[in-house]
Design a protein around this ligand. Sequence first.
Ligand SMILES: [Zn+2]
Length: 436
Amino acid sequence: MAIVLENALLADIDPVRVEVGSLRLDAGRIVARGATVSYEGATEVVDCGGAVVLPGLVNGHTHVYSALACGMPQPPKSPTNFPQILEYVWWRLDRALDAESNEMSARIGALDAVHCGTTTLIDHHASPDHIAGSLDEIERGLAAIGVRGVLCYETTDRNGAKGRDDGIAENRRYLEHCWQKENHRFAGLVGAHAAFTLEEETLERLAELAKSFNTGVHVHVAEDPCDEEQCSSQHQVFLIDWLAGHGMLREESVFAHGTHLDAEAAERVRQSGAALAHCPRSNMNNAVGYAPVKAFGRAAMLGTDGIGSDMFAESQAAWWIACHEHAGLSPGDVLGMLAASARRASALLDIPLGKLDVNAAADVVITDYRPATPVTTDNLPGHFVFGLSARHVASVIADGRWVMRERVVKTCDEPHVRRDAARIAGRLWERMAKIT
Ligand SMILES: [Zn+2]
């Protein structure tokens, strides 16, 4: 099943490099790259027409469970702060999720990702009235479309001891499942909501679980000032010290947001090897503030926090808000965040992602982006934040197979799936309306 992509403007993001060339893909990997590659035995030769070809993009933090939330009814009470946004909106949606809506949310989340050239999702799932097996449902939904996933269940103490125990058990079960499969398409992290809904004992159990599977913890950190405030008042320590003291600062961990960490805390995260998922659109949507992204250096990734998986739009938002905040970033720094997301997913899935190199995963995005200005190694970041967008994504290959071709998804009957999704979303919203 070798595929040759020729006449491509190969645009690497880690490190940034642009050159005209060809790729040969076989058995799920890039097996050759160069001005010319072998055509022998190729089942397909695709002329990319000189357009930009990118590695599949990685969403560093998302919640596909919110994929059926778009347009849902307004909450009975309007939230006026971040804890109320959780309480009135998201903690009612997640309670209403069941097996059917979990899997369909993942399918729709994956479809939206593919249309944007995103082929790997680092996801954080919650469905507190239906926990056991929920990560398999998310995996099935993503796998049906053909994207990769790093999954976890959002453990919390907000729903009592049973909810906590079931959350920990689901993380353990899924980690064991991935441990056995080792297929480079799915992996697990240990999921936790946020310090302000977790007890000390729970953190210790989560850290122990992460340690036993040699993986990290995926947790929201300092998204809103309430996280630090509660830690200080309840435990009389700084949030970062509390997390560090309970084994959360692991090399493989993913900390989402970090909006209210100071430069010193950011440096500790960076030194630990944990990654920070910067989610600029979500942070603006929730009016929680701007993360000290620069202080995280190469540890700063980019995530959408459930607002789709359009990493072009997220990159642009990261750039606009950095300018607005006088944060001292360059477009290259923004591209660096996409590269960091890919590095984190690569380590967790044990396969090179975000690269167009030999032996990297055959996750490739073919665009129809042929701008009127030159695209070079020096100015690719500028094209990323001012030119390229999801509308340029024409075809997507993931794990060596066509997932989308000329904007038609090949792995499912998309109109049919979307019709089913609308029906399931209606039922989900009805259940949600009954939750006060
Ligand atoms: Zn989140």
